[in-house]
Design a protein around this ligand. Structure first.
Ligand SMILES: C[S@@+](CC[C@H](N)C(=O)[O-])C[C@H]1O[C@@H](n2cnc3c(N)ncnc32)[C@H](O)[C@@H]1O
Length: 283
């Protein structure tokens, strides 16, 4: 039951611009950056393993990974659980996931190419654990969350972004670097509370009293040269040509010498919203 703030409507109002990156729809955006994303995230398996350890999976359990991407979490989860259903709207991301499965000799992941909003309840069987990690690009968040809840037998885990205003400077740089770019931005209006706060309060309105945990992850990104770092960041974050110099300066300030190459130490803030099933039924 909504109180003085209607969190459902607030989410829709802040995402009324839809989900797009620089004019491309979300699936096309992830298709085009799948290979580079995969290369980058697969370098940091420790973080993925630490995230998966939180879930306490057992060998008898099944997992539904909503917005599984290239399998950063699906692969380590598949090693611990009975099976994983990896759903993603991007064919490019799932193609990388399938290559990763073959390379790692993993056979118990089923890939489904679909948007979460297009999945009808009843179309998928319930899973013990339902998870999403930085992957809820949906306009109707209430519907998306209630479907995750309905399909989970034991628990739901949602890793999501914290308030971007307090990150390690990357967001500020990207915002400035894209200001001149036509059709730039992410669709979301930079007003109102951070997404995770809307999500948490919306869940409460739905009768789901979730746990919320603030987490900080450290990572080191290694590059052979400044040129390699500039090329990778330019492609990854779609920095326009006219901002090359700005990108070069930003990276030079952040990179430190590391043996024969360069290293960027990064600190990522993330939020985990989770709930166990078996309590009172949601409203
Ligand atoms: C930042 S990546 C995260 C991938 C993976 N969960 C991880 O933690 O590495 C976001 C992924 O979520 C997918 N995604 C976002 N919104 C989605 C939706 N509504 N339905 C299906 N997939 C979605 C994108 O296609 C992309 O592959």
């Amino acid at each position: 039951m909504p109180g003085i703030i209607n969190w459902d409507e607030l989410w829709k109002a802040t995402h009324a611009g839809g989900f797009h990156h620089h004019g491309k729809d979300l699936a096309a955006h992830w298709d085009s950056r799948a290979r580079l994303f995969n290369k980058r995230v697969m370098k940091n398996k420790q973080r993925a393993n630490d995230q998966v350890a939180i879930l306490g999976l057992t060998p008898a359990e099944t997992v539904l990974d909503v917005g599984a991407g290239t399998g950063r979490l699906a692969l380590p989860m598949a090693r611990q659980a009975k099976s994983v259903t990896a759903l993603d709207q991007s064919a490019g991301m799932l193609a990388c996931l399938q290559e990763n499965m073959a390379a790692e000799g993993i056979g118990n992941i089923r890939c489904i190419q679909k948007s979460w909003q297009d999945v009808a309840l009843g179309e998928l069987e319930p899973h013990d654990v339902v998870l999403s990690s930085n992957s809820l690009g949906v306009y109707d968040l209430k519907e998306a969350l209630s479907k995750m809840d309905a399909l989970a037998r034991r628990a739901v885990y949602i890793f999501t972004f914290s308030d971007g205003k307090r990150d390690d400077g990357l967001r500020k740089f990207l915002k400035e670097s894209r200001e001149s770019k036509k059709g730039g931005g992410h669709g979301r209006r930079e007003v109102g509370p951070a997404d995770y706060l809307v999500m948490y309060n919306l869940l409460a309105d739905m009768g789901i009293l979730a746990d919320i945990k603030m987490m900080t992850w450290q990572s080191d990104e290694h590059y052979a040269s400044l040129e390699e770092a500039v090329a990778e960041w330019k492609e990854m974050h779609e920095v326009p040509d006219e901002k090359d110099q700005m990108l070069r300066e930003f990276l030079s300030q952040r990179l430190t010498k590391d043996g024969s190459g360069l290293c960027m130490h990064r600190s990522h803030r993330q939020v985990l919203i989770s709930w166990q099933k078996g309590g009172a039924s949601p409203a």
